[in-house]
Design a protein around this ligand. Structure first.
Ligand SMILES: Nc1nc2c(ncn2[C@@H]2O[C@H](COP(=O)(O)OP(=O)(O)OP(=O)(O)O)[C@@H](O)[C@H]2O)c(=O)[nH]1
Length: 436
């Protein structure tokens, strides 16, 4: 026997027993859940980006609309100032530009010749005619308006009235997008402040210098559409491509993890669980045994004179022999909860949950006979075939101090005795443990 086997190793998970199948299943479910959480998070990020981009596109479009409405307003203001500075300008009276009936000016019309009459155009009238021109050309509408208009048609609409009241409270601008049919439009309004030239005509309305005497609303009836379709499609593609990449990478990672996990818990030569895995499994089963107050049997098996076998047939043949014994151990376990592992070298262990010492001895005897039954030729052995010695110990399940090392030590002592008593035999550790 190559070593005394006392020391415990830290362990991981497995799949040979219900517990290990459960922990593997649990780890798989958790890994899948994590993967889907990452995919969900990614899709949420893409959705948030889509929302933000749509919002930005809308903001940008409204900003452009506001800038262009502001420019219209500033231009109108300049032309009105120019007009006011000249106290109105004269243009030929025509059917398109008839005399302004609301302009109270003794020199509203001037007869120049028999065929030419000039009529005075004040800033308000000029704004109106410009508005008609602009509406014809580009659909943009201007409306000069007031809460107390001289011309009744200039009375503010409800939205304009709200804007005018806001200007009286100090607001500098007023704007909104609005829906008409399937189109979106934009309206903007800024105040007209009473200046010195204005008071000539508007003083009788009670305005003083600096008062808000009205405003001009500018309506852009068609706003550029937001490119939502392109944004949705591009984000959809990016979202799906990213999700696919995450899933593929996750799958590759899971495969690599599974490979590593197998390497960490299974013996590379015999493909049964390794020592590290055995320790973890034993600790778990001991805890369960104490909880359920049931005994646990442990077998430590050691192939007899294995050095001689190796020396006779070579290391490779020795490997085949180890695999044959491992396969036999695996096949000879009858209950789903029974577990075997390679402990190291030519040593194997068998964990028998819910099994008394007598039951464990019966299993051990069956294994011993089965190994002999393999009939593997071993000229260096006294029997001429490969045999195995087994040490058995029991953890009764009623002791409060769970110590897997002590259980292994007891089984190992029994194995040692089996070797001393001539090999190819089963020995049990029967000494009573002090109850704490
Ligand atoms: N082929 C092979 N041999 C191994 C492996 N691991 C350990 N061994 C050999 O197993 C032999 C164990 O020899 P010993 O510890 O002297 O025990 P033994 O010859 O079986 O004698 P007893 O246990 O007293 O019956 C050594 O020669 C090791 O090299 C392995 O993975 N493959």
């Amino acid at each position: 026997m190559s070593n005394r086997i006392f020391e415990a190793l830290p362990g991981t998970s497995d799949k040979a027993s219900a517990y290990n199948q459960f922990s593997h299943f649990h780890a798989t479910v958790r890994a899948r859940f994590n993967l889907f959480s990452v995919v969900l998070l990614w899709l949420l990020i893409v959705a948030a980006s889509l929302g933000w981009n749509l919002h930005q596109a809308e903001r940008h479009r409204d900003e452009l609309a506001r800038e262009s409405a502001r420019s219209f307003f500033d231009l109108l203001l300049i032309t009105r100032r120019w007009n006011a500075r000249h106290e109105g300008v004269y243009v030929p009276a025509t059917p398109q530009t008839p005399p302004n009936p609301y302009l109270k000016d003794p020199r509203r019309e001037i007869q120049v010749t028999d065929t030419l009459t000039l009529t005075k155009v004040n800033p308000a009238y000029m704004t109106r005619t410009l508005s008609e021109l602009a509406a014809e050309r580009s659909g943009v509408q201007f409306h000069i308006t007031s809460l107390k208009p001289i011309r009744p048609q200039n009375l503010a609409y409800p939205w304009e009235a709200a804007a005018l009241r806001a200007f009286e409270q100090g607001a500098k601008e007023w704007a909104e997008t609005y829906q008409h049919g399937d189109q979106q439009g934009y309206r903007y309004m800024a105040p007209l402040i009473a200046e010195k030239p204005c008071l000539k005509c508007h003083a009788e309305q009670g305005y003083e210098l600096g008062d808000v005497r009205g405003g001009i609303s500018i309506t852009l009836p068609v706003l550029a559409p937001i490119p939502w379709r392109g944004l949705v499609i591009s984000h959809g593609l990016v979202g799906l491509a990213g999700a696919a990449v995450i899933l593929v990478l996750g799958w590759m990672l899971a495969r690599a993890y599974e490979r590593l996990r197998r390497q960490a818990v299974f013996d590379a030569l015999t493909s049964i669980p390794n020592r590290r895995f055995f320790i973890e499994h034993l600790v778990h089963e001991l805890r369960r045994g104490r909880r359920e107050q049931v005994p646990l049997g442990l077998l430590i098996c050691d192939i007899d004179n294995f050095k001689g076998y190796n020396d006779t047939f070579g290391h490779q043949a020795g490997d085949h022999c180890l695999c044959a014994v491992a396969d036999l151990l695996r096949e000879s376990l009858q209950r789903g909860s029974d577990f075997c592992a390679r402990y190291g070298g030519e040593e194997f262990v068998v964990v028998l949950p819910n099994t008394t010492l007598d039951g464990a001895l019966r299993v051990a005897e069956r294994i011993r006979e089965a190994v002999s039954g393999l009939g593997i030729w071993h000229p260096a052995s006294s029997c001429g075939i490969v045999t195995i010695s087994i040490g058995v110990a029991e953890e009764p399940g009623s002791t409060s101090d769970l110590d897997h090392e002590s259980l292994i030590r007891r089984a190992d002592e029994a194995l040692y005795r089996a070797k001393e008593l001539g090999r190819n035999r089963v020995e049990a550790h029967r000494t009573e443990r002090p109850v704490v």
